[in-house]
Design a protein around this ligand. Structure first.
Ligand code: LLP
Length: 411
C-alpha cells in the first residue's frame, strides 16, 4: 500500500488493520512498534552531532508495553505526574533516565519523586523554596521557566505565553536567584516547554535565546531542557517540524554560546506526539448511516469519550473506510454515539460507507486512548500492539464490572 504521507515509511496495511478489528473487535487502538522506533531514530539521527538526550513525554500514551518498548529502543522518559513516574519505574527505566516535569503539584508529591531518585523540574517559587529548605544543595533540581513566548497549534496547547500557568515567569529570575542563594540550591537544568505542534523552529531558537540571557547566573548547570512540541503531519501536505533544521540551529546556538561556567551543556528534549502519534490507529465500526436533507451522517461505535481531540482542539484526523477502499467517494459527517454532539469530522470525503464497515482514524497514537473516559458509561477501547508483524492485545476492552469497580454502594 502506498504510504499516504511522505513520513509514513512504516505503516500498517489495511489488511493488517482489518485483521486486528476482526480478531479483537472494535473500537480498538492499534500501535505499530516499528513506527515508534522509526520516529525515535529520526531524532537520534538528526541530533547526532550534538549532545542531546531524548525523553519520551509519556503523557501521550502510557500503556506499559509502549513504555517498555520505548525503553528498549534507548529513550529516556518524561513524566507529568507521580503515577507516570511509578509506571516508568515499573517499565524498567532507571531513575536517572526519568524526568518529572511537574506543574502545580503539592510539595508532598515532589518529596515522593525525590525519594524515588528521579530528576525533578520545579515550576513555582513556593515549591522551590520548600525544596531548598528541605534538601538544600544535597539533591540537584531543575527549574521550569515560562519564557513568555506564544507558540503552538492552538491556545489550549500553548504553554509558554505570558498568561500561561506553566513555569516560573522568566521575568522573576531575581526571585529564583535569591532562593538559590538563600538555600544553596543545586540547579542542574533550566527547562522550557513552549507548546505542542510547533512548526516554526525559530520558536525553539527564541526560547534558547531567552535562556542564554540567564544561563550565566546558574553556576552548576549541566543541561538545558527544551521540552517537546514537535509537530507531525496529520494530512497530506500538512506542515511538520523540520527536525534536521532544528538540530542544526540548536547546534549553532550552543556553539555560539559556550557555557560561561564550565563544561558544555547537554540538551534535553521531551517529545510525545512526534514519537507515538503516527504509530497509532483507531479503528471503529459504522453503526448507522443516516441521510438527511443537508448531511449524511455516519455514526461509529465510539465518541469523544474515546478520541477527544477533534472536539476539544478542533484537530484533524484522517479517516479511511478500510472495508471499502474502492467505493465511490461521498461526503459524510462522521459522528459518534455519545448523547451530545461528538463530531469527529464534518463533510469529509470517504469511500462509500455501509453499516458494519470499519473506519480507521490515523495519527491516533498520541493523546488518543490516553485522554479517553467512560462517559455515557461506555467501555474504553481495547489496545493492540503490532510488533514484528504480530498483533498482541495489550489492554482488554472494559467489561461491565469495571464500571462499578470503585463505586461504593451505600443504598
Ligand atoms: N513536555 C512538557 C512539559 C509538556 O507539557 C508536553 C505536553 C510535552 C513535553 C510533550 O508535548 P508534545 O511533544 O506531545 O507536543 N493533549 C494535547 C497535547 C497536550 C500537550 C501537553 N503537554 C493534544 O492532543 O494535542
Amino acid at each position: 500500500m502506498k504510504p499516504y504521507l511522505r513520513s509514513m515509511s512504516q505503516q500498517l496495511t489495511r489488511q493488517q488493520l482489518i485483521d486486528v478489528a476482526e480478531k479483537f473487535g472494535t473500537p480498538v487502538y492499534v500501535y505499530h512498534a516499528e513506527k515508534i522506533a522509526e520516529q525515535y531514530n529520526k531524532l537520534k539521527t538528526a541530533f547526532a552531532k550534538s549532545d542531546v538526550k531524548i525523553f519520551y513525554a509519556c503523557k501521550a500514551l502510557t500503556n506499559i508495553n509502549i513504555l517498555k518498548y520505548v525503553r528498549s529502543i534507548g529513550a529516556s522518559i518524561d513524566c507529568s505526574s507521580i503515577n507516570e513516574v511509578k509506571l516508568a519505574l515499573h517499565a524498567g527505566f532507571d531513575s536517572p533516565n526519568i524526568l518529572y516535569t511537574s506543574n502545580g503539584i503539592a510539595f508532598e508529591e515532589i518529596e515522593e519523586a525525590q525519594s524515588l531518585g528521579v530528576h525533578i523540574n520545579i515550576d513555582s517559587l513556593s515549591n522551590l523554596e520548600k525544596f531548598g529548605k528541605k534538601f538544600g544543595h544535597s539533591y540537584p533540581v531543575g527549574i521550569r521557566l515560562r519564557p513568555n513566548i506564544l507558540a503552538g497549534g492552538n491556545l489550549k496547547i500553548s504553554t509558554g505565553h505570558d498568561k500561561s500557568k506553566f513555569g516560573i515567569p522568566v521575568d522573576q529570575v531575581d526571585k529564583i536567584i535569591a532562593l538559590v542563594e538563600k538555600h544553596d540550591l543545586f540547579i542542574r537544568d533550566l527547562h522550557i516547554h513552549t507548546g505542542s505542534e510547533i512548526t516554526d523552529v525559530d520558536v525553539f531558537v527564541k526560547g534558547i535565546e531567552v535562556l542564554f540571557d540567564i544561563i550565566p547566573l546558574f553556576k552548576e548547570l549541566e543541561f538545558i531542557d527544551l521540552g517537546g512540541g514537535f509537530k507531525v503531519p496529520y494530512k497530506e501536505d500538512d506542515s511538520e517540524t523540520d527536525i534536521t533544521l532544528l538540530a542544526q540551529k540548536v547546534k549553532e546556538a550552543f556553539d555560539n554560546h559556550p557555557n560561561p561556567n564550565g563544561k558544555p551543556l547537554q540538551v534535553w528534549f521531551e517529545p510525545g506526539k512526534f514519537i507515538v502519534s503516527e504509530a497509532g490507529y483507531f479503528i471503529t465500526r459504522a453503526n448507522v448511516v443516516k441521510e438527511t436533507s443537508a448531511t449524511t451522517f455516519v455514526s461509529v461505535n465510539s465518541g469523544f469519550s474515546h478520541l477527544i481531540r477533534p472536539m476539544f482542539y478542533n484537530s484533524y484526523h484522517r479517516i479511511e473506510n478500510i472495508s471499502r477502499p474502492n467505493g465511490e467517494e461521498k461526503k459524510y459527517s462522521v459522528v459518534g454515539n455519545i448523547c451530545e454532539t461528538d463530531t469527529f469530522a464534518w463533510d469529509r470525503q470517504l469511500n462509500e460507507v455501509q453499516e458494519g464497515d470499519y473506519l480507521v482514524f490515523y495519527n491516533a497514537g498520541a493523546y488518543g486512548f490516553e485522554m479517553s473516559s467512560n462517559y455515557n458509561s461506555r467501555f474504553k477501547p481495547a489496545e493492540v500492539l503490532v510488533k514484528d508483524g504480530v498483533a498482541h492485545l495489550i489492554r482488554k476492552r472494559d467489561e461491565f464490572d469495571r464500571l462499578l469497580a470503585n463505586q461504593v454502594e451505600v443504598l
